[in-house]
Each structure stands twice: as structure tokens, then as C-alpha cells.
Design a protein around this ligand. Structure first.
Ligand SMILES: [Zn+2]
Length: 513
């Protein structure tokens, strides 16, 4: 009960604080700025720290000699290096080297899910990236992706031993299904006209649907998105977010969520997620100046968001709250922390858009605060947590025994199932007196495997613990605590399955007082 109350307060009070809020005519022009993709992208020393830009190549040579090499193969559905999700769109990135001077055409061939894909692109110098969209895998088995590169017929490649590479990836079939319904709420005729609603609202819904399909670890037919263009209008007692003293009006908020939930489910009774979409300025006009979206834990499966045409992340962000993820920003800190940066590069496959991070190009997670100039994406910690949740708790399957996630959390559910709650990708910071929980998601175990957690402060091992696993799916919790306070410092915990390192999670212990 206490926990639920906390969740309501937190989510009502602080959810999705906006930076540079508001939809103006300017915002409309920002909507479509797709980076061109499926073009060969050059990565040389001078470009390594930048977003890969489209490279213009020199004159392509149809004869001569170059040693083409396949230096790396990266298979991505959203985040690099993750197991494949069944029936989710996939991109295969080939990193091709070429020793000859100038540009050559390279034909890259990919065998994936029993199908063959091929493309010919110019390559030049040490590392040229060639992306191939290979569709969604439809065979539920551990997949070996075979890639080869060869020059065109007039060009001599003196060493053919480095022209092929294979990558083997296990597959996960999560069993969760999201049926999202977007319901416009409290739009006046005047607002609908001002924001060109009839055209832009369906566009907003479509962008949200595409983002959800890109960023969430689910088969593509397990995300359905519906909407209506007819607004649901509110009664006066349903739209008071705060009372005369400026405190949250919990009663009115519950009425608000109930009416939105009912109105949407009259149109789509099987909706698992209802997104109520208010006109711009609605939260501020009704007592919450800073919100852009809100989730209320007591009314399951219903979130609200304020309309920002340029922000396609609303549903992904708010939906994550319904799966017990918290914000990746913290305005209670000084200075405030508006973003948690992606820990790894990824790829927005549905938009043909690489999401490359480097020291000079940081991308916030979609649970960070929204900023129009900083498009967000999903990172390893969120993606693995959701993969584990959608698989372990919903009767999903994997093609082999796998550890799906090692999630740091401040609490685990008190039901012996060890599900991590109070989780966010940004929770890599713990106070000395807090307990650091690590929930490890084990899928498809045979039974009897040994799971070991080795805790390190810097390079020094400070603690180790082992557990024997049951057969099937389950979360296993490890914890680190110290009555007199965990010493401050940088920590990581390595997780071993039968002696093999399978996950590493990092965190920091420091005092914010
Ligand atoms: Zn939020």
C-alpha cells in the first residue's frame, strides 16, 4: 500500500518534465528529418567521433586491386549486441575494409532466416559501413547470420580468407501484446483548427506507433495501435490537477483517468494501453505547469500526454511507467540531471536510422526528459529489462538457456518472485545506506545451473554470492548492503552462468547530502 501511494505521488508529480515545451509552427518543420540510411557510411579517423554522415566517395574503380575484408558484422533490432526478438525488423551492418587506394564497389551478401539479401555499395579505406535491412525473422531458432563481401568482376581481391563472417544469435519470443489506443481528450473546435488536428493527429499517432515498434523488444504483430479523431470532452470535476493550495488533487486525477479509460475502452475494449492526448498547454491550464505526460498507477493501462507533434516518444515513455520503470531524469539533484545517456549504440530499423553514440554524440534514453533538439532512443538496460519482463512474466520462450537481464534496482517485489521494481536505466547511483539489489532474469533453464554474482569496487572484489537455478524462467536476486554504509566509489557486478561471464552492471555509491 505504501508503495502504491509513493508511485502515484511520484508519477503524478514529476513525470516527463518538459524542456522547451510547447508546439509552435516551428516544431512542425522538425518532424521529418530522417537521416539517410542504407547508404554506405564512411568511418575514418576524422569521423569516428561524429554521427556517421553520408560519405561521398571518389571515382569508383572498375579494375585494379584491393583486399576487401569483412571486419565486423553487427545484427541490430534496436540495440547492438542483443539476442534476436522473433518477428522484429532487423538490420545487418557489415563493416568492410578496403586496402586499395580510392573507392571500389563491394557486393555484400547476407544469409538470414533462410533468405538471401544482397547490395552493392562503394567502399573506401579502413572502415565502410554497409547496412542491409533483412526483414523480421520468422523461424524460431538460434540464427546464424552469414555475411560475405566481394569486389566487382574486374577487380582483383588478393586475399579471400577475410571476406566472410558468421554471427550466431539466440532468439527470444516475448509473449506480451500491446494494444494501444490514442484518444484525443478535451480538444475544443478552436484548438483543433489551430493545430490542424485532422491531419496532424493521425500523423502523431503513426509516429508514436513506429517508435514503439522500433524501440520495444516485441514481435511486430504484438504491437497494435488504434486511434479516433473524435475528442473525449471532460466534465469540470475531472480536470483539476491541483487544489487551491497547489497540492495534487488526487480525487480529480482519478476521475480524469477513469473517464479516459472508459471512453477509450468503449471504442476498443481490448486496449492494453490508452493514451489520452491533451491539446498543447492543457496541463499548465489545469494545475501542473511542468508535465508533458502522466501515468497513474491506480488506473491500470491508461496514461495521458500533451500533444507535441515532434515528440513521437510519448507512448514509449509513459508505457514504460506501466511496466514499473521510473524516470531517467532527476530534478531534485543540484545540478539537475535531465538525461540518462544511452550506454550503447543502436538502430531505429523502422526509420533506417543509426543511433550511434560516441564521446561527442550522446543520445538520451526515452525515459529522460524530453527535449526537442535531442531525439531519444532505447538503451541496453531498458531493452533487456523489458525483454526479460515480456518473456519471464508472460510465458515467453527462448531458443536456449539465457540470462536476459541483470537489472539494478532499489527494491524487489515482496512476493518471492524477485521482480525488480523501482527501476530505471538512470538508477546507477545508490546512497551508502541503501541496499543495492540486482535482479537477474534467467530464461529456459534446465535446472541446477549455478549463477554467481561477483561484486567489485573498482578492480577489487568486495563480495561474491552463488545461487542454484530452478528449471524454467525466473528472476534471481542478489544484494549488496552494509549496515555502516557501503564505501563510496565506482562499482560493478559481474554475473556468471556456470562459470561463464554473461552480464555486467555498473553503479556508483555516493552520498547526495
Ligand atoms: Zn515519465
Amino acid at each position: 500500500m505504501i508503495k502504491r501511494f509513493l508511485v502515484v505521488t511520484l508519477l503524478l508529480g514529476f513525470c516527463a518534465l518538459v524542456l522547451g515545451c510547447g508546439t509552435s509552427a516551428d516544431d512542425v518543420t522538425r518532424l521529418t528529418a530522417p537521416r539517410s540510411a542504407f547508404d554506405a557510411v564512411m568511418l575514418d579517423q576524422s569521423l569516428l567521433d561524429e554521427i556517421p554522415a553520408q560519405k561521398s566517395f571518389g571515382v569508383i574503380q572498375a579494375s585494379g586491386t584491393t583486399d576487401l575484408s569483412l571486419d565486423d558484422v553487427i545484427v541490430t533490432q534496436a540495440v547492438d549486441g542483443e539476442p534476436l526478438i522473433f518477428n522484429k525488423d532487423t538490420v545487418v551492418r557489415a563493416v568492410v575494409g578496403s586496402t586499395g587506394s580510392g573507392a571500389f564497389n563491394a557486393t555484400v551478401t547476407v544469409q538470414f532466416d533462410g533468405k538471401t539479401f544482397t547490395t552493392t555499395k562503394p567502399v573506401e579505406g579502413k572502415q565502410t559501413i554497409v547496412d542491409l535491412a533483412v526483414g523480421a525473422p520468422e523461424t524460431f531458432q538460434t540464427q546464424t547470420v552469414q555475411v560475405t563481401v566481394e569486389p566487382e568482376s574486374g577487380v582483383n581481391d588478393p586475399d579471400l580468407t577475410n571476406n566472410a563472417k558468421g554471427v550466431t544469435l539466440p532468439m527470444v519470443k516475448p509473449n506480451e501484446k500491446i494494444i494501444a489506443f490514442f484518444l484525443p481528450v478535451d480538444w475544443t473546435p478552436e484548438q483543433r483548427q489551430r493545430y490542424n488536428f485532422e491531419q496532424t493527429f493521425p500523423q502523431f499517432v503513426e509516429e508514436n506507433a513506429t517508435y514503439l515498434r522500433g524501440a520495444y523488444p516485441l514481435p511486430k504483430d504484438q504491437i497494435e495501435v488504434y486511434s479516433t479523431n473524435t475528442p473525449h470532452m471532460l466534465a469540470a470535476n475531472e480536470k483539476r490537477l491541483s487544489n487551491n493550495q497547489g497540492d495534487p488533487d488526487v480525487v480529480s486525477s482519478h476521475l480524469l483517468y477513469a473517464t479516459i479509460s472508459l471512453a477509450a475502452r468503449r471504442l476498443r475494449p481490448d486496449a492494453t494501453l490508452v493514451v489520452g492526448v491533451f491539446p498543447p498547454g492543457w496541463y499548465a491550464a489545469h494545475g501542473n505547469k511542468s508535465a508533458l505526460g502522466l501515468a497513474l498507477a491506480d488506473v491500470k493501462g491508461t496514461v495521458t500526454a500533451q500533444y507535441v507533434l515532434t515528440d513521437a516518444t510519448t507512448s514509449a515513455h509513459e508505457l514504460a511507467h506501466l511496466y514499473w520503470m521510473y524516470e531517467d531524469y532527476d530534478y531534485s539533484l543540484k545540478p539537475p540531471r535531465p538525461f540518462t545517456w544511452l550506454d550503447q549504440s543502436g538502430y531505429f530499423v523502422q526509420k533506417n536510422q543509426p543511433e550511434e553514440i560516441s564521446d561527442t554524440n550522446k543520445i538520451p534514453t526515452f525515459l529522460s526528459a524530453y527535449a526537442p533538439d535531442k531525439p531519444s532512443w532505447v538503451d541496453t538496460r531498458i531493452y533487456e529489462y523489458l525483454t526479460a519482463k515480456f518473456t519471464l512474466q508472460s510465458g515467453g520462450e527462448t531458443t536456449e538457456p539465457m540470462i536476459l537481464a541483470a537489472t539494478l534496482a532499489r527494491q524487489v517485489e515482496p512476493d518471492d518472485k524477485n521482480f525488480p521494481s523501482d527501476y530505471a536505466a538512470g538508477y546507477q547511483h545508490f546512497e551508502p545506506k541503501q541496499t543495492v539489489y540486482l535482479s537477474v532474469a534467467a530464461a529456459n533453464m534446465r535446472g541446477g545451473e549455478t549463477l554467481e554474482a561477483q561484486w567489485y569496487q573498482g578492480n577489487k572484489q568486495v563480495f561474491t554470492a552463488k545461487q542454484s537455478l530452478n528449471s524454467g524462467n525466473g528472476w534471481y536476486v542478489f544484494q549488496l548492503r552494509n549496515r555502516s554504509g557501503i564505501p563510496k566509489g565506482e562499482y560493478h557486478v559481474d554475473i556468471f552462468l556456470d562459470g561463464k561471464l554473461v552480464k555486467t552492471s555498473k553503479f556508483e555509491v555516493s552520498s547526495s547530502q
